[in-house]
Design a protein around this ligand. Structure first.
Ligand SMILES: C[S@@+](CC[C@H](N)C(=O)[O-])C[C@H]1O[C@@H](n2cnc3c(N)ncnc32)[C@H](O)[C@@H]1O
Length: 240
């Protein structure tokens, strides 16, 4: 299976957001709106043994997905999933939510299909006004390569993904958190969408006063701009 050109620039981000997910490997996953199976290799790279069911409304897309190592492929409408309640442990829904006519209903279906403790990771592309922050290089060196627990302490602007988080909560999921990246940039640019107070809290004592002052200045002076974003939201079905 080859990746669509659409996903190619995003591969490092998609890989990172999966590889940084905390918690044990799920035992059974649903690729909701799987299309021709382009993102299955990402899931299998993260969890090589993971059985994944592919579901899509379009039989032609599923025909194209036949070569991919799904455990099954099902023609299914996300608004009425042909799945038993509490039957999957992980839902991956990439570049599909925006195409659905009734996202709330589809999220309620997704929540129904999830086992208690199971998680949904929803990836969408969107365009919105954001502050894109050009931090001083010292900030990146202070932070180092990797952020500890990026899903537990997301740094992105709380406005990004707010509506989806609210919809996931209404659907009965909890702890919805969002990470976001400008579509035209790479992994590092998650920082460009950070809220300065969250980033400052993450840096804690490792931030020296001069760098802190320079960053605060960047945050104050930033102008909003319309930016295309990759937005990833993770939510969990609560245990009873
Ligand atoms: C842009 S493609 C994304 C495919 C794949 N997830 C990926 O990232 O490469 C969106 C997919 O959503 C599917 N889709 C649209 N409406 C749907 C619905 N109501 N139920 C299930 N799938 C749907 C389309 O058929 C299409 O294959």
């Amino acid at each position: 299976v080859s990746f669509l050109p659409l996903h190619e620039p995003l591969l490092p981000v998609l890989k990172a957001l999966l590889s940084e997910l905390p918690g044990p490997a799920p035992t059974f996953a649903l690729d909701l709106g799987c299309g021709d199976g382009n993102t299955l290799p990402l899931l299998r790279e993260r969890w090589p043994e993971l059985p994944v069911l592919g579901a899509d409304l379009d039989p032609a897309a599923l025909e194209a997905a036949r070569g991919a190592p799904y455990v099954g492929l099902v023609v299914a409408d996300a608004h009425r999933l042909p799945l038993r309640a509490a039957s999957v442990e992980f839902v991956w829904c990439c570049a599909t939510l925006g195409l659905l006519t009734d996202a709330r209903r589809a999220l309620a279906e997704l929540a129904r299909a999830l086992r208690p403790g199971g998680r949904a990771l929803i990836v969408t592309a969107t365009q919105r006004w954001v502050l894109r922050l050009h931090w001083p290089p010292e900030l990146r060196s202070t932070l180092g390569g990797a952020r500890p627990e990026p899903w537990a302490a997301p740094i992105c602007d709380a406005e990004i993904g707010r509506e989806l988080r609210e919809m996931l909560t209404s659907a009965g999921l909890q702890g919805a958190v969002t990470r976001a990246w400008p579509l035209d940039a790479g992994l590092d640019d998650e920082l460009a969408l950070a809220e300065w107070p969250r980033l400052r809290a993450l840096l804690g004592k490792s931030l020296d006063q001069r760098t802190g002052a320079a960053c605060a200045e960047v945050a104050v002076r930033a102008e909003p701009a319309v930016v295309a974003l990759l937005v990833a939201t993770l939510a969990t079905k609560p245990l009873p």
